[in-house]
Ligand binder design. Structure first.
Ligand SMILES: Nc1nc2c(ncn2[C@@H]2O[C@H](COP(=O)(O)OP(=O)(O)OP(=O)(O)O)[C@@H](O)[C@H]2O)c(=O)[nH]1
Ligand SMILES: [Mg+2]
Length: 417
């Protein structure tokens, strides 16, 4: 019995010793779920978005129940899309800048030189700006509007330094060039292809670039696999028909032509009827002979051409584009006024901007006529026609080299963010 008691005491001591010495206290034991803890799998918390933009980092307050999270980092694909859009925009501006090299080196360089080395703004600078605008084809009325608006801002002490004046000029250019494409608004650039087929009538004085512009547009549309028909509405010169045929051959488009010296209205009617009956046709371009805006019989003739098109397809033409040569300056403005009176113009194609150091005519046209510029021609090659977007154009015109560099680095920082 005594032996049994001794054995039991030893056993009790041994078990107690195990618990006291062999086992760690509960607070030192790893929690069984710790190894698989979801907390450990999460990466360290991302810094607040504002920190990347230079704002002081702060501890985000947790949202109250029912309150949406304030800053959700954009998804990777959204960031990639934004980066691609930025790259596209930059490429376009670079191309536009190249095409506008003459105007940037002339009109804009003269304007920029007025501010060089000036910190304080003297009201006399307005006269100097006025002179540059007037001699760069901006036109009297538009120049006056711009100068008046600058004077007003100056009197309110809103233009404290040369950078502020430059920004104000740039804002004025944007305001003037934002002419909506159609009632109810819409972007300015490109053709509106809302109808199938869309009928486009091209008008303008001699040699402005009507036929070449049709060729350039056909090239672009064909590359987008669109069906294109070209109508040779200039029946007066055999060479004009041949020129259109060359573009048709190059682009793989069909041509509709009439008899030499025949009625251009009849050609327009036939071409529209053919296009309307052809399910493969997306766009019909109707070329016309160059005509002097001051010759009433010629302007009557183009009105008849338009009526013939409408007879063949009610509502057509859907686009009536006036082609103007930028190198003719204020004369282009006079042409536009008379063509606008005769026809319901839907847009302007301003060609040969590569060939002028002035370039202010684009502001005069948009301001005085309230007709949107839809394309600009920056050279003779097929891809030298560019859709016109006011913001891109203004950026290409006004960006100074140092600004362009800083914009790129700022973008680059954002893009990698
Ligand atoms: N530099 C430059 N030349 C251009 C541009 N657009 C057209 N041209 C040139 O301008 C000239 C006249 O172009 P056309 O297309 O024949 O002009 P058009 O209005 O059809 O002429 P008509 O049919 O005679 O009234 C050609 O030599 C074209 O290459 C442009 O944007 N820049
Ligand atoms: Mg022609």
């Amino acid at each position: 019995m005594t032996t049994l008691l001794i054995v039991l005491v030893i056993a009790a001591l041994a078990i107690g010793g195990y618990f006291v010495l062999g086992r760690k206290p509960p607070e030192l034991q790893p929690a069984p779920e710790d190894k698989e803890s979801p907390k450990k799998k999460l990466p360290p918390p991302a810094p607040p978005v504002t920190a990347k933009l230079g704002a002081p980092a702060s501890t985000p307050t947790p949202p109250k129940p029912g309150e949406a999270l304030k800053s959700v980092p954009p998804a990777a694909d959204e960031r990639a899309a934004k980066k691609a859009a930025r790259a596209r925009a930059k490429r376009d501006v670079a191309g536009m800048k190249k095409g506008l090299a003459a105007t940037r080196g002339g009109f804009m360089a003269r304007l920029s030189a007025l501010f060089t080395g000036k910190k304080e703004i003297d009201p006399a600078i307005l006269e100097e700006i006025e002179e540059v605008l007037l001699t760069s084809d901006v036109g009297v009325k538009t120049t006056q509007t711009i100068i008046e608006r600058l004077r007003e801002q100056l009197s309110k002490n809103e233009l404290s330094d040369s950078d502020a004046v430059w920004r104000a000029l740039r804002a004025e250019a944007s305001r003037i060039l934002e002419v909506p494409t159609h009632a109810g608004g819409g972007e300015t650039g490109g053709l509106r292809l809302e109808q199938k087929p869309t009928v486009v009538l091209m008008v303008g004085v001699n040699g402005v670039g009507k036929t070449t512009t049709i060729g350039k547009l056909a090239t672009k549309l064909k590359s987008e696999k669109k069906g294109v028909i070209l109508a040779a509405g200039d029946t007066f010169r055999a060479a004009a028909v041949q020129q259109l045929e060359v573009w048709a051959e190059r682009t793989g488009s069909q041509v509709v032509k009439g008899k030499e010296g025949g009625d251009p209205g009849a050609v327009a009617f036939d071409a529209t009827t053919k296009a309307a009956a052809d399910p493969t046709c997306d766009v019909l371009f109707i070329d016309t002979a160059g005509r002097l805006h001051t010759k009433a019989p010629l302007m009557d003739e183009i009105k008849k051409v338009k009526k013939s098109i409408d007879k063949a397809m009610p509502g057509a033409p859907h686009e009536t584009l006036l082609v103007l040569d930028a190198t003719t300056g204020q004369n282009a403005l006079n042409q536009a006024a008379l063509f606008k009176e005769a026809l319901d113009l839907t847009g302007i194609v301003l060609t040969k901007l590569d060939g002028t150091a002035k370039g202010g005519i684009v502001l005069a046209i948009a301001d005085a006529l309230q007709i949107p510029v839809r394309y600009v021609g920056l050279g003779e090659k097929a891809d030298d026609l560019r859709e016109f977007y006011a913001d891109e154009f203004v950026e290409a015109l006004f960006s100074r080299e140092e600004e362009a560099t800083s914009a790129i680095s700022a973008d680059g920082a954002q893009a990698s963010a």
